[in-house]
Design a protein around this ligand. Structure first.
Ligand SMILES: [Zn+2]
Length: 76
């Protein structure tokens, strides 16, 4: 019997510092890469989706960031 599942993995990619559009504070923003993977016997084998989120550490505002912008932010 095969045991399949889906699991999410979150990896901090970068910490950016800029003016938050919600709280107006010049605060750190955590850029996180979230990858959902299919697991087989609880071992991740195949990534099925990837998304990036940016969370303000001051007010908790979270937005989705597209891949190009996230990778550009990491390079700077
Ligand atoms: Zn904020």
């Amino acid at each position: 019997m095969l045991i399949f599942g889906v699991r999410s993995y979150a990896t901090p990619v970068a910490t950016l510092s800029y003016l938050c559009d919600r709280c107006g504070q010049h605060a750190a923003h955590q850029l996180v890469k979230q990858v959902r993977k299919v697991t087989l016997f609880f071992v991740p084998v195949l990534p099925v989706s990837t998304k990036y989120t940016d969370t303000c550490t001051y007010c908790g505002r979270e937005i989705k960031v597209d891949r190009d912008r996230a990778e550009a932010a990491v390079r700077t």
